[in-house]
Design a protein around this ligand. Structure first.
Ligand code: ADP
Length: 588
């Protein structure tokens, strides 16, 4: 019930008009049937009593007029409901997307949150989720309105005889048994649903999660991976088998629900006939009584099915609610104090990735000061990128702390803190937006600044050749005339983006890995220029590039094992000298 209320509140907040329109719509859908019944009963009694058409006309017209009015209001509310329902669903999807965009990165990458997101994707794929809860809510609401209307008609006609009491007691007993059985059915069907929803769904990933991007097409073709993917999507055995068992179970229990509803409805006729025989019910009353009691049982039976379905739908939504309740972004409210030089300090920092038993960083201590160029080198997997991710507060130290001018970085407001850092990640992402938007990370940009940073990053000539300049859309996902770019060009754009941000610290993780030797040489020759006055942190496997740096830190298995200048480290016999020799021999 708590989840249901939370979801209904969320629906209300997303679109304030949907729920009121739904109430009006359900009333308008339900009442005409009862008006017909009342009208039929009135006409029948009138005819038997010998009333002429003229005498009955005012009531007939009043009721038909009311019916027409309700139908018209119903048509309007139906239209509102249909359009608002789509709108609400869109806003809900946007809410989930906003959450993904803003939340703490470490949380986003955790296995637990991945599982939540996987289940949410499946909900979207199956058309479950909030639309489902809304659907059962509106159906259930229709049932409640119908039951209340039926009771208003039926209760005054019940003769409180022994027979009536026996009938009511018998139906109450049947209802209690059926409710208990339904509880069991629900629990079992929930277990069955869980068993297949928990199965890892390739279909959710490859068909809905955006897994099959056109850029995957090369590898799929060259390595003949299509059959493997097709098989994974269509023969997710565990999921199929689980789904089959679930559907078969639900089918059987639905048959039971139908039979029970039918039985109660049939009993209403028996009761009304017996009441008519023993009491003084007019023909019209018999029609009203039987028809309303019949509708009452029908609505009750439906309501029970709907409430069971709604319980299940809202239970499924619990993952989404949990996801939406996760913290928005890393905490902290402080603004970085203005300083002539910013300085970071890693103090005994260790870090283990969630779910991994191994330390990616172990007891790392170092200082990074604005104006200084520091190179980080080391073998693959030695912890270099993890170091940068911690500095960017994408992950948080498991032990130790990172300080900015003496204050723990977690104390700062994330958005203000991240203004100090500009990064080109090794696995950077560009977006299917305009080139200018990509570089400025904003809807608008300064075209001169754009040209200047693209020139510095080595994309200048290509930029000048682009007919639409900064308006050029990258990639073809959304635009037919979008441009596909090479890996090296993408790296230049990513570098330009980091330059455009113009932050006090510039972090480059393998910034020239995809560049040709000429472009790489040009970047290095401009390196001093574009990092002048800034703090520069530079990760590279090409050790020749470290020669430019003031200081080098050598990482090995999560530790900093050597520190010094290029000349100092070459003079030591250690990992740095080994790596240098290994590379240098190919150039000799
Ligand atoms: P480098 O940048 O030096 O190549 P990384 O910092 O990327 O190394 O990785 C350090 C260690 O952490 C490696 O053992 C790597 O396998 C592990 N690692 C990196 N990213 C993750 C992750 N998201 N989850 C679990 N382990 C990770």
């Amino acid at each position: 019930m708590k989840s249901i209320f939370r979801i209904l509140r969320m629906i209300y907040v997303l679109d304030k008009r949907l729920l009121p329109a739904t109430v009006v719509n359900e009333i308008c859908l339900t009442l005409p049937t009862y008006i017909d019944t009342l009208l039929g009963a009135y006409v029948l009694d009138g005819l038997i009593a010998g009333l002429g058409l003229r005498a009955m006309m005012p009531v007939i017209f009043a009721m038909l007029g009311l019916r027409v009015l309700i139908r018209s209001i119903g048509e309007i509310s139906q239209q509102i409901v249909w359009s608002r329902e789509g709108l609400m669903h869109g806003l809900f999807m946007a809410k989930k997307s906003d959450k993904t965009l803003g939340m703490d990165y470490e949380e986003l990458c955790s296995p637990a949150v991945n599982k939540l997101r996987d289940r949410m994707n499946q909900d979207d794929m199956h058309g479950w989720g909030i639309t489902d809860v809304y659907y059962y809510f509106s159906e259930g609401l229709g049932g409640v309105i119908s039951m209340i209307t039926a009771l208003i008609i039926v209760v005054p006609m019940i003769r409180w005889s022994l027979g009536s009491l026996i009938y009511l007691a018998a139906t109450a007993a049947v209802l209690a048994v059926v409710a208990a059985l339904r509880g069991k059915f629900l629990k079992r069907s929930q277990e069955l649903a869980d068993s297949y929803e928990n199965a890892r769904s390739y279909a959710a990933f490859y068909l809905w999660g955006g897994g099959v991007d056109y850029k995957m097409g090369k590898d799929i073709r060259v390595f003949g991976a299509a059959p493997m993917i097709e098989k994974a999507v269509s023969e997710d055995e565990e999921e199929h088998e689980g789904r089959r068992r679930y559907v078969s179970y639900v089918r059987r229990t639905s048959a039971f629900n139908g039979a029970f509803g039918g039985l109660l409805q049939a009993s209403s006729y028996v009761y009304v006939v017996l009441s008519a025989l023993h009491g003084a019910l007019s023909a019209g009353e018999v029609v009203k009584f039987a028809s309303s009691l019949y509708s009452f049982w029908g609505s009750l039976s439906n309501m029970m099915t709907m409430s069971a379905e709604m319980t299940q739908a809202s239970k499924r939504m619990e993952d989404t609610l949990e996801f939406l309740a996760l913290p928005e972004k890393p905490g902290g409210t402080r603004s970085p104090e203005a300083a002539e030089k910013y300085s970071f300090e890693f103090r005994n920092v260790s870090f283990t990735y969630p779910g991994s038993g191994r330390d990616a960083l172990k007891n790392v201590s170092c200082q990074l000061t604005q104006g200084e160029r520091v190179a980080i080198v080391g073998l693959n997997g030695s912890g270099k990128t993890t170091f940068i991710k911690l500095l960017c507060r994408l992950y948080h130290p498991t032990e130790g702390e990172i300080l900015l001018n003496g204050v723990n970085i977690e104390e700062y407001d994330f958005d203000e803190y991240i203004r100090l850092l500009s990064v080109v990640f090794q696995d950077f992402s560009l977006f299917s937006f305009r080139l200018g938007e990509n570089v400025a990370s904003a809807e608008s940009w300064d075209e001169d600044k754009l040209r200047s940073v693209l020139k510095t990053s080595g994309f200048g000539e290509r930029f000048d050749a682009l007919e639409k300049g900064g308006e050029t859309v990258l990639y073809k996902n959304f635009e037919e005339d979008g441009v596909d770019i090479s890996g090296g060009e993408a790296q230049k754009i990513a570098l330009a983006r980091a330059l455009y941000k113009d932050a006090p610290f510039m972090i480059l993780d393998e910034p020239t890995a995809a560049l040709d030797p000429v472009a790489e040489y040009e970047i290095y020759s401009r390196f001093n220029g574009f990092t002048g006055g800034k703090g520069a942190i530079y990760i590279s496997h090409r050790l020749s590039s470290c020669v430019f740096c003031d200081r080098i830190m050598v990482f090995d298995s999560g530790h900093i094992v050597q520190r010094g200048t290029h000349a100092e480290l070459l003079a030591e016999s250690g990992l740095y000298a080994e790596l240098w020799e290994a590379q240098a021999q190919y150039y000799k």
